[in-house]
Design a protein around this ligand. Structure first.
Ligand code: NAP
Length: 444
């Protein structure tokens, strides 16, 4: 791996990189199949990713014709790595076993370990015989939509494909490692003005928010729309705020501390609700929601939104907030959801939903076209990376715990092959043009 790193850092040519020997094993972060029940009986909150995530050498898999082997310079923590590491809602080995039944090549994925991670920036080392658009030496980022191009259901919106999967969550050989295997149609150009870790944190969260808000498959936000964004300094929420501002809308950001409110102000989001300070009690007990609390929330929203209800609600906390989200959307408004961090058995009052002709829209990651469009905005400096902190691969458990316990704002980067922060900026002039303050808005 040292030879590979040296070649990348010295700017070796694509031909030179193509001729480098590939090691038979590489360092990776993984969970173990025989530990899937290690947290049985433990409360969700107390399940500790530091116990289940291991960093050690694993065998380098053979490359299929439609795949690329990449050297991973940096990766990031997504909530799906938290889910895998606490084995909730179920161990991810079932996904790998199901994938393995699909083809000869897919069999490689069913192993006693699951290499996790659904983001990466790095350099192409090898390409399979059927790959056309990429070559060794290309500097890339990865989007995590893993799709079988031979499946007829994958050719309208590939998120609708019967066997659509998330790389590094529902497939093996993910991005939290020194090397990774990806399908050629997961690659995108790395933004030249960003470092490896800044480039690595966007793929999953930015593309998800793009589909939810901007795409025809999502809420189709218009200029002037007001959008309530839960977790507005979190991974997907922080990108959502930027898409709303870019698209001429008005974000109303919900966060849980004055420090997070301050970050939103720095980003240009003026309408902020501190949910902790307001102490909303949407659930009066485990089975009962309190409509008067929804009303109080609605009043607080109108107080910062020119007296109006919101056009769109960007929803992902799930059980704890869905009732309030459906209530808070305006007549004819849209609630778009992609997750359920606090619980997936959600409940809302259907009367407020149908009588006010609201729409509930489900969304999940993004197709290649949507991810590419989101990446283009990053390359153009119109969307900024949300990197707040950087960990080493050996600290992947600590980083996952911070995300699990809602201790982190924005995105946590993970240095894989990259030996330090700040490396990999290929176009410093462009970086200066876009502005250091803007690019590092979540770090300051
Ligand atoms: P994150 O970085 O941890 O941010 C989540 C934010 O949600 C937190 O910053 C927190 O903000 C807020 N939050 C947490 N619990 C809450 C609650 N009970 N009520 C209200 N707000 C709450 O996570 P993320 O990366 O943004 O991901 C969020 C969720 O989306 C996760 O469940 C993840 O698995 C899912 N996701 C789904 C997709 C998909 O394609 N379907 C893609 C990405 C993420 P405050 O405490 O400041 O309010």
């Amino acid at each position: 791996m040292e030879q590979i790193l040296e070649a990348i850092q010295s700017g070796a040519s694509g031909d030179d990189i193509a001729n480098l020997p590939i090691p038979e094993s590489y360092r990776a972060a993984f969970v173990k199949r025989d530990e899937s029940d290690m947290f049985e009986g433990v409360d969700s909150w107390d399940k500790d990713p530091r116990k289940s995530l291991h960093v050690d050498d694993v065998a380098t898999p053979e490359l299929a014709p439609d795949e690329c082997l990449i050297a991973v310079m940096a990766s990031s923590i997504n909530f799906n790595t938290v889910w895998t590491s606490i084995f909730e809602p179920l161990p991810t080995f079932g996904f790998l076993d199901r994938l393995a039944r699909e083809s000869e090549w897919a069999k490689r994925h069913s192993l006693p370990y699951h290499v996790v991670g659904s983001d990466a920036s790095g350099v192409v080392l090898r390409i399979g015989s059927a790959v056309r658009n990429w070559k060794p030496g290309d500097r890339v980022t990865v989007q995590c939509n893993h799709v079988d191009g031979q499946d007829p259901t994958a050719h309208n919106d590939s998120m609708m494909a019967n066997n659509q999967r998330i790389w590094g969550f529902e497939t093996n050989f993910g991005g939290l490692a020194d090397m990774s295997i990806v399908r050629a149609n997961q690659l995108m150009p790395k933004p030249t003005h960003l470092s490896w870790e800044e480039s690595a944190v966007n793929g999953l969260c930015s593309s998800t928010s793009y589909r939810m808000l901007v795409s025809d498959n999502g809420a189709r936000m218009k200029q002037g729309d007001s959008v309530l964004i839960w977790g507005a300094t979190g991974g997907i929420g922080g990108y959502a705020v930027q898409y709303v501002l870019n698209g001429g809308g008005r974000p109303i950001g919900v966060v849980s501390s004055p420090e997070r409110a301050e970050i939103l102000n720095r980003m240009g989001c003026e309408a902020v609700i501190d949910r902790k300070a307001s102490n909303y009690q949407f659930w009066s007990d485990e089975h009962t929601q309190d409509e008067s609390e929804w009303r109080r929330f609605g009043k607080d929203i109108r107080a910062v939104n020119n007296g109006e209800d919101v056009d769109i609600v960007f929803e992902h906390p799930g059980r704890s907030t869905m009732g309030a989200s459906v209530f808070a959307a305006k007549r004819g408004g849209t609630i778009v959801t992609c997750a359920a961090t606090s619980g997936y058995m959600v409940e809302f009052d259907n009367r407020h939903f149908w009588m006010k002709l609201k729409k509930l829209l489900s969304s999940h990651f993004a197709n290649y076209t949507e991810s590419w469009a989101a990446n283009k905005l990053l390359c153009e400096g119109k969307i900024q990376p949300l990197l707040t902190d950087t960990y080493t691969l050996d600290q992947v458990g600590d980083a996952s715990l911070a995300v699990h316990h809602n201790k982190a704002e924005g995105k946590l980067g993970v240095l894989c092959l990259s030996p330090a922060e700040g490396l990999g900026v290929d176009d410093p002039e462009r970086r200066a043009e876009i502005g250091e303050d803007k690019i590092t808005v979540f770090r300051g």
